[in-house]
Design a protein. Structure first.
Length: 365
């Protein structure tokens, strides 16, 4: 009785793969037309998570989505390249094969299509100093990890690298200079609130400042034009939570751009938070923007509220960046939560089967 079901499932997978191949083929033959967003000196950005970035790369839809975003006058795309490993080939970090297919380079695809659509592409290193609890990289380098005074390694359900360890410092220097060399048309590198250390491990503000200085100098030596962007929380919270003294970094000339995460439900909360966001002072030194949360993938924020928060940022004289594409302009925004969940499960199951097939082929070779 099981065999007919297995045959039906295999046929389903085969048709999905055929559909993907046809979709990619059509996009290669007929790419989206070129477009240039309206010129502005303000940041108008959007984050694309590792899930969205890789998914678009697989199905050959990066050009269409970037064309859409260019038409909406976004000018910066922050693509997640570092979550449980890199999404691009690296000599220094493990590649996250759970979210990227072999022989793919979503960052390269994003840069290529970004150029066609007049978009500035940033490599966003989402996980910064964090590692997943089951990280293979952490198992390879157990001495690189921090511990609290009571021996705890996991804070906020993640492990954290020791910024004072010489090998950790060299790892990040190598990681960032590598991307600066290998992707000369990349516009910038972005770090965020996880470019810091939870204060449960003690105060590492001075160490993080010096590490940021070393990385900034090393990257600029390889590519002077590459922008170093940072997306922190407000200064007091960043320092209290992550030993991240980012306003000092800005004053020291170690950061070229700042987007402060003001992820609030209501417009009034955004207005209240702007006063202590550090954006006013940072704007005297570098381009700045308000980071706006567009809601969860399963429950996106209403468009009216999102537009109100964008208008608040603009009226305050700042740019804005939306987190994230998956909950704003992706085709899944208007899909019911239960259908989204079913799709994700099917997608992950199909991907798992594909990886098993690839491993099987490797055994034959």
């Amino acid at each position: 009785m099981k065999f007919p079901l297995r045959k039906k499932f295999n046929k389903f997978i085969i048709w999905i793969l055929i559909g993907v191949v046809l979709l990619v083929g059509v996009n290669i033959i007929i790419p989206a037309p070129r477009h240039t967003p309206k010129t502005t000196n303000k940041i108008q950005g959007i984050w694309v998570t590792h899930v969205g970035n890789n998914f678009l790369s697989y199905i050959g839809q990066t050009d269409n989505v970037f064309h859409q975003l260019s038409g909406l006058n976004f000018n910066r795309i922050y693509v997640d390249v570092y979550n449980g490993g890199t999404t691009y080939p690296s000599n220094y970090s493990l590649k996250n094969n759970r979210i990227t297919l072999p022989f793919t380079d979503p960052l390269k695809a994003a840069i290529k299509e970004g150029e066609r659509q007049g978009l500035k592409i940033y490599a966003w290193y989402e996980h910064g100093m964090m590692l997943h609890l089951n990280s293979k990289f952490a198992k390879q380098h157990p001495d690189w990890l921090l511990k609290t005074s009571t021996g705890e390694k996991a804070i906020d359900q993640h492990l954290w690298l020791n910024p004072n360890h010489p090998d950790v410092q060299q790892y990040f220097i190598n990681l960032f200079t590598e991307v600066a060399k290998n992707y000369p048309n990349l516009y910038g590198i972005q770090l965020d609130d996880h470019w810091g250390i939870p204060t449960q491990f003690g105060n590492h503000a001075r160490v993080m400042t010096e590490l940021t200085r070393k990385i900034y100098q090393a990257v600029k030596k390889n590519n002077p034009n590459l922008i170093i962007s940072l997306s922190p929380n407000s200064p007091s919270f960043s320092y209290r939570k992550y030993s991240q003294n980012w306003l000092y970094w800005v004053r020291q000339g170690l950061i070229d751009e700042v987007i402060v995460q003001i992820y609030r439900k209501t417009s009034q909360e955004v207005i209240n938070t702007l006063k202590s966001s550090g954006l006013r002072e940072a704007s005297y030194y570098v381009p700045v923007a308000v980071g706006i949360y567009s809601g969860e993938f399963y429950r996106p924020k209403p468009i009216n509220e999102l537009n109100k928060q964008i208008k608040i940022a603009q009226n305050s004289g700042y740019g804005y960046s939306l987190f994230c594409w998956e909950s704003t302009y992706s085709p899944f925004r208007h899909v019911k939560p239960e259908h989204k969940e079913a799709f994700v499960k099917t997608y992950l199951g199909t991907k798992k089967l594909l990886f098993k097939f690839i491993r099987f082929l490797k055994l034959l070779v």
